[in-house]
Ligand binder design. Structure first.
Ligand code: HEM
Length: 249
């Protein structure tokens, strides 16, 4: 119970969701920072070795990001009810009922209490998961093509090698042991992945800004402790949230 007797705390975000959220924030910020440096490496006068180092570190952080995201996606099947697909995807009877109540609350200026994601947040979180998953898949392919890192690096090396013996000679940014024709084919295959990785980066930056604005707006309007809930797991409400029932505990 909170010290204010009219307010009650509701445990919403389980430990797994909170850890995912903050590891995701830190890894995405680091990926954006290193990614922007890679994108502007020419203008920044970065040497070839520097570029390889930037890409290698981007991929190391990328592994943390991918593993964290994979665990969270698995958790959408086994976590508490607020962390599951049924509380994330903007679909289904319950979602429609919540949306109707939420929109009516907006119009009347009386916010409706929702313990899990609000209907608007469900659209946002679904889009964020899609964008993050796209970055994970395209990033893993790119990691294999340029710096020859796992999980696909060895397969790409085998593809572009002049002969099985020369495979071991292949290094980032070196043509030693490389068959030029196969290398060009590999670059052609890589090209759309790179384009998608870059476009989704820009969309993701816009989505992150929208997400932050949405959180600030909801917090100012509804005052349910949205931000602190990502640390403590608990939101506060005066009245029982519409999506709260005894099963939620
Ligand atoms: C939210 C996640 C991510 C963001 C925002 C992001 C952002 C970026 C950006 C901005 C670039 C520069 C693109 C360019 O030069 O045109 C880049 C390049 C790259 N990213 Fe990511 N990235 C993410 C995830 C990943 C992951 C998970 C991996 C792999 C594990 C990865 C691997 C790479 C590689 C290898 C490059 C270099 C591509 C090249 O050869 O030019 N990225 N990323």
């Amino acid at each position: 119970m909170s010290s204010n007797s009219t307010l009650r705390e509701y445990p919403v975000w389980d430990r797994m969701v909170r850890w995912f959220h903050w590891i995701n924030v830190l890894s995405v910020l680091a990926l954006i920072a290193i990614g922007v440096a890679i994108m502007n490496s020419k203008a920044l006068g970065v040497s070839t070795d520097g570029k390889i180092l930037l890409k290698t570190w981007h991929v190391y952080v990328g592994y943390v990001f991918v593993i964290n995201l994979a665990i969270r996606l698995f958790w959408t099947f086994i976590g508490n009810r607020f962390s599951r697909w049924s509380a994330i995807l903007p679909l289904g009877r319950r979602f429609k009922a919540q949306k109707t109540a939420y929109v009516a609350g907006l119009k009347e200026g009386k916010p409706v209490g929702i313990a899990g994601h609000s209907p608007l947040a469900r659209y946002m979180v679904t889009v964020l998961f899609l964008l993050l998953s796209t970055q994970a898949v395209t990033g893993l392919v790119l990691a294999g093509t340029d710096v020859y890192m796992p999980p696909f690096g060895d397969s790409f090396k085998a593809w572009i090698a002049d002969s099985p013996e020369s495979e071991a000679l292949i290094k980032p940014y070196s043509k030693e042991g490389v068959n030029e024709a196969s290398y060009q084919q590999m670059r052609d295959l890589r090209s759309p992945y790179k384009e998608v990785h870059e476009i989704v980066f820009w969309i993701l930056v816009a989505a992150i800004i929208l997400h932050l604005l949405g959180v600030i707006y909801s917090e100012l309007r509804e005052r349910n402790g949205l931000v602190s809930a990502m640390f403590t797991g608990k939101k506060v409400f005066k009245d029982k949230p519409v999506d709260w029932d005894d099963e939620s505990r």
